[in-house]
Each structure stands twice: as structure tokens, then as C-alpha cells.
Design a protein around this ligand. Sequence first.
Ligand code: HSE
Length: 317
Amino acid sequence: MKGIKIFSPATVANLACGFDVIGLALDLPKDEIFLYKSNKPGIRINRIHGTSLPNDPKKNVAFVALQFLLKKYEQKQRFEKEEKIGFEIELIKNIHPGSGIGSSAASAAGVVYGANILLGNPFSTIQLIRFAMEGERVASGTAHADNVAPSIMGGITLVRSYKPLDITKLHAPNELWVSVIHPQIEIKTSDAREILKQKILMTDAIRQWGNVGALVAGFYQENYGLISRSLEDVIVEPIRAMLIPAFYELKIRCKEIGALGGGISGSGPSVFMLSKGSYTAKKVTEVMNRVYSPLKVDYKTYTSPINQQGVKWSKIF
Ligand code: HSE
């Protein structure tokens, strides 16, 4: 049996205006995954540390993503050698499920990335993203790519189109740092999507696509003022904000101390803020702590640079 140890990063999806299309990878927190290739067919999840995840394999994102990859691999191999392949998974979950920082994406991205290496790299990055998206479909009811893409590709990514799947990596300014607060309340992505409107006003759409375009331009120009002005979501945030305690107070206080701006991380409950430089980002995280400490809600905070590499492996054994 051959195995690999993988580190799979947390991600922030949407980045305010880019619902379902923009996401970035964080340096912290990250899941650790041990993946073993065996000649016993099938996929087995041997152990999960750090949380309890569904025992039913059909509901486990890592299982589902890997199953899609294995099926495709077997189709590719049909006319070649008859090799029996299976995988054993051990997950160390440092990213809390339901946190809004891409916990399910990290599991799905990590296993497909590791399996590809153990199989000799038969799949392209876009294929790996597709497999991992099937995990997201199980977790949230929608195969969105704005967490799995940055988890696999690293940096900041943009989904130009879902059909056909067309994803590109954007320039991420060196000095861009992220502060995240994870209030430990449960918000299911499926519920947070259910409450959204299916039709939007033309005036809101115009404002939103102006912001998306300008945010991308801001990243390329390393224009922090433009990034700051573009971190505005007039479509999703006004509906989801009510799910998160003290959301607007967080935003106001973090911007007062110097954050460029931010919003809900993915479907929440985590809230993210972008800052220029680690010094300001740490001050922003302190403010997040100050806003939340009087509330009767447990929480965790993170201060992280952007993870340029995404998922990575540390050793093969
Ligand atoms: N774009 C997705 C959403 C991300 O906001 O529903 C979920 O993490």
C-alpha cells in the first residue's frame, strides 16, 4: 500500500460581490489528510479526527469526490491493464464543518489531489475541480466551485463560467491579508442558499458586476483603494446578514480600524475582512474579538496571508 499526507487549506468564497464565482485560499486553518492506495477495491474512511462527519459514505464529501475520480479512472483504464484499486482515507479536520470557510471543499479537494498523485497524475486541474465539486453538491445541494477552485489552485480564483467549466487564477497582491471570525453557530449552506431571491433588480446587477470587475482590476493594479470600494455585495449579503450575530457592527468596527472591507465568508457564519499588511490584519482580528467577546456566542478567529499554493502534499510513504 502506498500513502500520501496532504494539507488542504480553508477558503473564503464570494469575497463580497463575487457570489459563486470568486474565492481565495487561506494559509490557516488547514485539514490534514492521509490517503492510501490499496489493491482492495472500494473507498474506506478509516478515521475522522476533530469532528463527527456523516458515516453514510454517500453523504461524505471526501468519499463522493473520490468515487467520481475513481470511476473516471476505471473508465480510462478499461482498455489497458486490469488493475484493482481502492483508497483508504484518514481525515484530520482542523476546519470546522459548517464554518463557512470551505470545510467540505478542503476534504474533497484534498482527497482528489492526493489520489491523482498516487495514480501518477492522470487528471488535469480542471478535472480535479470537477470531482471535488461533486463533493460540494452533496454538502450543499449545489456543485459550486468557489471554494474547491482556490483550495486546489491556491491564490484567488474566478469562475468565469460553470457550463462549460472555465476557471482562472487571478493575481493576488502580496500584502493582502485576511482576518476571519468564525462564530460557532450552525448555518447550513443549503439553507443559506434557499433564502436567496432567484430574481434580482437590474440596478442591483449593474452595481454588482461593476464591483466584480473593479475588484479584479484592484487585485491586478494592487490598488487597495479600489479593492476597498469594490468589496460591496448588494445582492446576497442584505439577505444573509440577519443570520450572523453583530454582522454590521463587525463590519463597521473593522473598517474603522483600517480593514479594506469584507463580508460574509461563503454562506457564513464566518465573516472575513481584507487588510493591507499583517499589522493591520492583526488589529482587525483583535477588533473582531472585542466585538464578539461580550456576546454569548463561542467563536474562533484567524489571521492569515493568502495561500498561493493551495493544497499540497508533504510526504509519500
Ligand atoms: N458561493 C457559495 C455560497 C459558497 O455562498 O452559497 C458556500 O461556501
